[in-house]
Design a protein around this ligand. Structure first.
Ligand code: MG
Length: 296
């Protein structure tokens, strides 16, 4: 039986500034059915409180505790493993402020023992030089999330994955760890918020290599929506447990009665309200989303 649902945000709940039609109702239906809901985004520039406000503006109540962006996964990783260590950040000013507020010592000079690479629209050659100055074999090199691109109204923009790869290419080694989905740290965070076992969770998202990969890595049920970056897979290809097969890929949330269906049942439902779904066998985890310049 499914008791908790992890909802991706961009491309699943909203797209750019606009809610995807039906998502507020979908979240309400899940809650009415007694399921826990957490929201999980790989965008490292926003805070849980900021996302909760944004969701409220779309008619979706969310406690900031139930929102897990990549910024929070990164903050918690630093708190746990590198508290008090000088940390150099290539990232958005909002992320720097969030980490500082949490007590992390974010420094402006390259004599740091931790280097965090993230989505930063100001990233340039100077930052690559700083990375060379800062990162040696002893430096902890982290990425906030692996998303190579982020959707924008004018088309995809370079995301954290692009910056991480540029830094990795500059310093000649891979990051020690990339947080956000599908990392273990992100999976632990959402499961901790939901408080239910992984095999009673469903992950809903628009990306196979992050949202769905995180679910598959822990044995969660997975659902792919066609409202974001991924078109519905062709029949017969590797696919999530559930995927939309026609033109309206919205997640509608009215697919499951509380305490009644298991993943096996869900795979057999012609479900989720609007449109029909193909139900296929669970897939193997896709390859890691961070494309290392150094691994063949
Ligand atoms: Mg998404």
């Amino acid at each position: 039986m499914i008791e908790g649902v992890v909802l991706d945000l961009d491309g699943t709940v909203y797209r750019g500034g606009d809610p995807i039609p039906g998502t507020a109702d979908a979240v309400a239906r899940l809650r009415e059915a007694g399921l826990g809901v957490v929201f999980c985004s790989n965008n490292p520039t926003g805070t849980p409180a900021g996302y909760a406000d944004r969701l409220a503006g779309m008619g979706i109540d969310a406690d900031p505790e139930d929102v897990v962006p990549a910024s929070t996964v990164t903050r918690d990783y630093l708190r746990r493993h590198h508290p008090d260590e000088p940390t150099y950040l290539v990232g958005a000013p909002s992320l720097a402020e969030y980490l500082r507020e949490a007590g992390q010592r974010v420094v402006e000079t390259p004599d740091a023992s931790v280097f965090v690479a993230s989505w930063d629209e100001r990233f340039d050659y100077t930052e690559m030089r700083t990375a060379l100055d800062c990162i040696d074999e002893e430096t902890v090199f982290l990425g906030t999330d692996p998303d190579r691109t982020v959707p924008d109204e004018g088309g995809p923009m370079p995301g954290s994955g692009a910056v991480i790869a540029a830094v990795a290419g500059t310093v000649g080694r891979d990051p020690d760890r990339v947080l956000g989905k599908p990392s273990d740290e992100a999976a632990d965070a959402v499961l901790d918020r939901l408080g239910v076992p992984a095999d009673r969770c469903l992950v809903v998202g628009d990306r196979l290599d992050t949202d769905l990969a995180m679910g598959v890595s822990r044995g969660m049920a997975t659902a792919l929506v066609a409202t974001g970056v991924t078109a519905a897979p062709a029949p017969g290809t590797d696919s999530p447990d559930l995927c939309h097969d026609i033109d309206d890929g919205c997640f509608t949330g009215d697919f499951v009665e509380p305490n009644s269906l298991g993943p096996e049942d869900i795979r057999q439902q012609p479900l989720l309200g609007s449109g029909s779904y193909n139900c296929r066998e669970p897939t193997q985890p896709p390859p890691p989303p961070f494309a290392s310049p150094f691994r063949s």
